[in-house]
Design a protein around this ligand. Structure first.
Ligand code: CUA
Length: 158
């Protein structure tokens, strides 16, 4: 089989790129242990109200951890509990959420906080809130007739 010179170069370039990409992915995964986040924490969604920390939803000051506050929030059709959250500006906040029924969204508009609230799973995300203001929390997963009304409010106060 005759291959044109440039065709050969192109094949070598393609093959080499593939090997480089696979090597980078392999080194990131196996050497640095970088994996996509996964919902490894599970919960019985029928007993959410009885299981800590969801038996006490709200904003909790914590000490001795890498973050200052834990925001525990339960999503269900078609509201969030609690409906309003207050955290001081500059604090490091860990959001811990779950759902009692179907899949809901948890997007803090204007920030990079955006998670799914899935029945049976606990979703967590830690971030620092460094700008004061009112942030609307919206459900961005279609969950039923009340989907568009499903919201909460995060107030970052000075
Ligand atoms: Cu909850 Cu859409």
């Amino acid at each position: 089989m005759h291959l044109h010179k440039y065709e050969k170069y192109w094949l070598i370039f393609g093959g080499a790129s593939l090997i480089v990409f696979l090597l980078i992915t392999g080194i990131m995964a196996f050497h640095y242990g970088s994996h996509p986040p996964s919902s490894i924490k599970t919960i019985n969604y029928e007993k959410v109200d009885d299981i800590a920390p969801f038996n006490n939803p709200g904003v909790h000051r914590v000490s001795g951890k890498d973050w200052d506050y834990e925001v525990v929030l339960v999503a269900s059709a078609f509201y969030y509990n609690p409906a309003e959250l207050h955290v001081p500006k500059g604090s490091k906040v860990k959001f811990i959420i779950t759902s009692k029924d179907v899949i809901h969204g948890f997007e803090v508009a204007g920030t990079n906080v955006n998670m799914m609230a899935e029945p049976g799973y606990i979703s967590e995300y830690t971030t620092t809130v460094d700008k004061a203001g009112d942030y609307l929390i919206v459900c961005n997963e279609y969950c039923g007739v009340g989907h568009a009304q499903m919201h909460s409010m995060l107030k970052v106060v000075d």
